[in-house]
Design a protein around this ligand. Sequence first.
Ligand code: MN
Length: 349
Amino acid sequence: MTSKPIEPPMEVAINELIAALKDAPKRISIITHMKPDGDALGSSLGLAHFLAERGHKPTVIAPTAFPESFRWMKGADAIVVAEPSDAEAKAHMNECDYLFCLDFGKTNRVNTLGDAIWASPAQKVLVDHHLDFDTFAQHILRDVSATSTCELIYRFTRLYDEATPLSPTVAECLYTGIMTDTKGFRIPNTSPAVLRIAAQLVEWGVRPHVIDHHLNSSYSENRLRFLGYCLYERLVVRHDLHAAWITIPLAAKQQYNIQEGETEGLVNQALEIKGINFSLLITEDTDKVRLSTRSFGQFSANNFCHQFGGGGHYNAAGARLDGPFEAAVARIVEALEREKSALDYEFVS
Ligand SMILES: [Mn+2]
């Protein structure tokens, strides 16, 4: 059995960064991970609004398209999406003073833009809460015990300008990422600190029921019917392994007209079954096979995904595998069978 790693927060040259930002307006690029989620978009847009309100010129870059269900976020329309062409994104990354990298630590998380991070002459800033990271940044704010990158951006804004409340726009963005990454304050990292941050954001203008409506009541009918199909036709439950998985062929996504990000959250569903400690979602993409995993308790989702070149958090991690789809699924299930004894435990608080 592996114990959870305890890694102290890492802060490198953040005061120097803030001093430089206060000194004069800067050209800033903010990049987040591919297939961006609520925390990736919330932290990037929240930081962009915060910096723009203070005279800087920020541009937000997404390595791949983001889900339409996040289009409501202020500033979403101005995001530079580096797909199908990454020329504009690379130009921004090369011509800025500071390149902020949010909600990822490894440069293989930004699709075609990894080399452009290393090559950019800009000062680089890493703000993240994942377990692994590459050493490309001069300025670092990392804390693997933080619930979300939005929580870290909140801390950054307080270091920058503690006396001024956040604007409702910034507060909404940060609240969105905190809500999505904590699954509504239900993950082990949920701390008194993050609950206080959420309360503070509400005091500054966030309306929780409005954000919830945007996040959870804005899907297509197709997506709900697709969910039914996945649970009825595609769910495999292996009580002997304390594991369950859903496999989604590309043809099924096309049949139900499923858009980017609409399978998000499906990975959590099988953990609702009593006795299941590990849940997997295996999705066929046009070029790759995407693995997403969640665990309860001591089994490390991060270690499981490492063997396929992926990673993430202790209890939530992912990887990208080469196809063909059926062969990738078989490799994943074989790996699961090897974890039979590691998965055999009762979740206790
Ligand atoms: Mn995150």
